[in-house]
Design a protein around this ligand. Structure first.
Ligand code: SER
Length: 318
């Protein structure tokens, strides 16, 4: 991987993945693209940037050819909670961007990374130590897209030889760009609200466990997987990865150890409650560990210390 295009680069993952890829592969070898003006503007500050709609296959292909791209990172996505408000738009966006990435990759000889998600799982999936290969019957449009996307990506590998690889991201916690429209977003929002206002009202039930990752581990995973020896990959689309599992009550109790006056309460969002209840409590990520050396470094306590410091600094209050 030498010439990289990150599509949908203006979001939570892209704005941190682009500099991470630049550091590893050289600034000139990473092109960042997004559709929205404000995202492109933000990316322009630190990367070579293109503005196009990932659903426009011709424009997308022109960019790949223009920069002689050999690896596409497709980060275009409408997340789980937002998807339930606009299911058809979510399907068209999530599947359209992936299909174009795969077709262009086939035509131009590129590898493709597209994140999958804990959203591929549903109520009938075993919730504890959720295996790599198990029942995937999600009941969100986001999950339906991610299951279809995993199958389509494997199909493009076996049928056309496109080098497709992916991880099932859990909630990603980071201090850079905010996530948007996800069920796991509470685990980011809480840090801003507690530091700004001393309180946080959570929309996810307090006893609901979900897997999470801190951004530095999420970024390392991408490079490790894309650089992995293909001969060692039994799976491709997609690998369970996780580094911590907690519920809101446990996260807030640990934050309260650092900020004793913080107040936490709940105003449950029924859509988020149903989605989070259907997802794993904790995934088994042993296949990722065995096949490409996944070895996350951040646990919940270290993540909390780092998030409080980083967001305090960002808000100018510490
Ligand atoms: N963070 C995502 C969501 O909550 C899960 O992949 O929708």
């Amino acid at each position: 991987m030498k010439r990289i295009l990150v599509v949908g680069a203006g979001g939570q993952i892209g704005t941190e993945l682009v500099p991470h890829l630049q550091k590893n592969y050289g600034k000139d070898n990473v092109i960042a693209s997004d559709l929205k003006d404000e995202m492109v503007e933000k990316l322009r500050g630190f990367a070579t940037t293109e503005q196009f709609d990932a659903l426009d296959e011709q424009h997308f292909a022109e960019i790949v050819k223009k920069y002689k791209i050999d690896t596409i990172f497709n980060l275009v996505a409408m997340l789980s909670a937002a998807g339930e408000a606009r299911p058809l738009t979510a399907w068209r966006l999530n599947m359209g961007a992936l299909l174009n990435s795969l077709n262009i990759a086939k035509e131009c000889g590129c590898a493709v990374f597209t994140p999958s998600s804990i959203g591929v799982f549903g109520e009938s999936t075993p919730h504890n130590m959720t295996p790599q290969d198990t029942i995937m019957r999600p009941n969100t449009i986001y999950g339906v897209c991610k299951v279809a996307g995993e199958l389509l990506s494997d199909y493009y590998f076996t049928r056309f030889g496109v080098d497709t690889r992916s991880v099932r991201y859990p909630g990603i916690i980071s201090s850079g760009a905010l996530p948007g429209g996800g069920t796991t977003d509470y685990a980011v929002e809480v840090f801003y609200e507690v530091l700004k206002n001393g309180r946080y009202t959570c929309e996810v039930p307090e006893e609901t466990y979900m897997d999470m990752l801190y951004m530095p581990d999420a970024l390392d995973a991408v490079i490790q997987l894309m650089e992995a020896d293909p001969a060692k990959l039994i799976h491709r689309n997609s690998f369970n990865i996780t580094s911590m599992s907690f519920n809101p009550r446990e996260l807030f109790a640990s934050i309260a150890k650092r900020i004793p006056n913080a107040v936490f309460d709940y105003n449950i969002d029924l859509v988020k409650a149903a989605i989070s209840a259907s997802w794993p409590n904790k995934m088994d990520d042993s296949c990722a560990r065995a096949e490409w050396g996944w070895n996350p470094k951040w646990d919940m306590e270290a993540m909390i210390d780092d998030m409080l410091a980083a967001i305090g600094k960002k808000l100018g209050i510490s």
